[in-house]
Ligand binder design. Structure first.
Ligand code: 2NL
Length: 344
C-alpha cells in the first residue's frame, strides 16, 4: 500500500510538471483527486486495513493528496501568469503612435466669402439680418419704389407663385422689413446676406440663383461721405490695404443719387491689364443714398433721417478675389473645385 501511494504521488507530480496548459492540469487533478480517482479509492478501502496500519496509511494518503493538490495549485498560478503575459504581449497598444487623420470638411467658398464680408462690416458696427426667400410683391418691389408696371421691374424678372408671392430678386426686402421694425427711430445699421433668384439664362457670368449681400445705414445726418468711407474700409479689409475705390454716377430706383463702385485692379495696381480691360478699375458693387420715398414707406421721416444703401453679388466678389472663371463652378460642386478652398 505504501509503495502504491508513493508511486501514485510520483506519477501525478510528473504529469503536473509536464502539463502545458490549464486544461491539461485540470485533467490531472480530476484523474488523481477526483471521486473516482485512486486516492479516494485508497481512503475508501481503509476499512479493510488492520487497526495499526489504518492511521499510518490514512496519514500517508492524506499527505499524498495534499502534495498533489499543492503542486496543482502552484502550477496553475504559473500557467495563468504565463497566459496573461502572452495576452499582454499579443494585444499591446502603442499609445505613442500618431492617430489616424480625420477627414475634415470645409465651408463652401460662397459661405466663406459671406463670412469674410460679415466680419468686415461687423468691425464697422453693422449687425447681420436675414429674412424669407419667398417674398410678397410689396416688400420685394413696392416698398423699394418699384410700383407695379414700373419699367425697372423688367431687369428683375422673377419666379412667381401667385401675383403677390415670388422668390425674392434681391435681399432689399430684408432691409425694408428691418427698417419697418425700428418704427421710424434710428440708427439702423445692418447687412443682409442671402440667396436671391432671377429669371435668367445661365452662362459663365449669369445664374438664375445667386447670393447677394446688401447693407444700409439710416440715421440723422448720414451723408454720401459716410457711404464712401464705409465702402473704402470694406474694400481694403476684403481685397487688401493697397486697394482704392472710386464712385461713378448710376441709377437704381431705390436710391438717389446712385453710384457704381469700382475697386482699383489688384493685378496691375491701376496701370491697366487684361483683368481690368486696360481701365485699372473693377466694378464691384452698386450703392446710393436711400430714396426719400423708400424711407417714408418704411416708417422714417425723410426730413429728419437719411441713409445710404449698397448691394453686391457674392459670386462676383469670390470670382474677383480667387480668379474663378465660371459662376457655374459654385453650383456644380465638383470636389476638385471645392477642395481648393480647404484652408480659407
Ligand atoms: C447691385 C446694387 C443696390 C441697394 C442695392 C437698397 C435697399 C434698400 C433701400 C435702398 Cl431697403 N437701397 N439696396 C441700393 C443700391 C444698390 O444693389 O448692383 N447689387 C448687386
Amino acid at each position: 500500500m505504501r509503495e502504491k501511494l508513493e508511486a501514485l504521488r510520483d506519477e501525478a507530480l510528473a504529469k503536473i510538471a509536464a502539463a502545458e496548459d490549464v486544461k491539461a492540469l485540470q485533467e490531472v487533478r480530476v484523474a488523481y483527486l477526483g471521486k473516482k480517482g485512486p486516492i479516494t479509492e485508497v481512503l475508501r478501502g481503509m476499512g479493510k486495513l488492520s487497526a495499526e496500519e489504518r492511521p499510518i496509511i490514512g496519514q500517508m494518503a492524506n499527505d499524498v493528496r495534499d502534495a498533489i493538490k499543492e503542486q496543482v495549485e502552484a502550477k496553475e498560478a504559473v500557467l495563468e501568469g504565463a497566459a496573461i503575459e502572452a495576452q499582454l504581449a499579443s494585444e499591446s497598444i502603442d499609445v505613442t503612435l500618431p492617430g489616424r487623420p480625420v477627414q475634415a470638411g470645409s465651408s463652401h467658398p460662397l459661405t466663406a466669402v459671406i463670412e469674410e464680408v460679415e466680419d468686415a462690416f461687423i468691425g464697422l458696427g453693422f449687425s447681420v439680418a436675414e429674412g424669407p426667400e419667398v417674398e410678397t410683391d410689396y416688400y420685394n418691389f413696392e416698398a423699394l419704389n418699384l410700383p407695379k408696371d414700373h419699367p425697372a421691374r423688367d431687369m428683375q424678372d422673377s419666379f412667381y407663385f401667385t401675383e403677390e408671392l415670388l422668390l425674392r430678386t434681391h435681399t432689399s426686402p430684408v432691409q425694408a422689413r428691418t427698417m419697418e421694425k425700428h418704427k421710424g427711430k434710428g440708427p439702423v445699421k445692418v447687412i443682409c446676406p442671402g440667396k436671391v433668384f432671377r429669371r435668367d439664362d445661365d452662362d459663365a457670368t449669369h445664374s438664375h440663383q445667386f447670393m447677394q449681400i446688401e447693407g444700409l445705414f439710416v440715421d440723422e445726418n448720414v451723408r454720401m461721405s459716410d457711404l464712401k468711407g464705409v465702402l473704402e474700409a470694406f474694400a481694403k479689409s476684403f481685397f487688401g490695404p493697397d486697394r482704392k475705390i472710386r464712385l461713378r454716377p448710376s441709377f437704381f430706383p431705390f436710391t438717389e443719387p446712385s453710384v457704381e463702385v469700382d475697386v482699383s485692379c489688384g493685378m496691375c495696381g491701376g496701370e491697366g491689364c487684361r483683368i481690368c480691360k486696360q481701365s485699372g478699375w473693377i466694378e464691384v458693387l452698386g450703392a446710393g443714398m436711400i430714396h426719400p420715398r423708400v424711407l417714408e414707406m418704411s416708417g422714417f421721416d425723410s426730413s429728419r433721417y437719411s441713409g445710404f444703401a449698397f448691394g453686391m453679388g457674392v459670386e462676383r466678389l469670390a470670382m474677383l478675389k480667387y480668379d474663378i472663371d465660371d459662376i457655374r463652378h459654385f453650383y456644380t460642386n465638383d470636389v476638385r473645385f471645392l477642395k481648393q478652398f480647404n484652408r480659407m
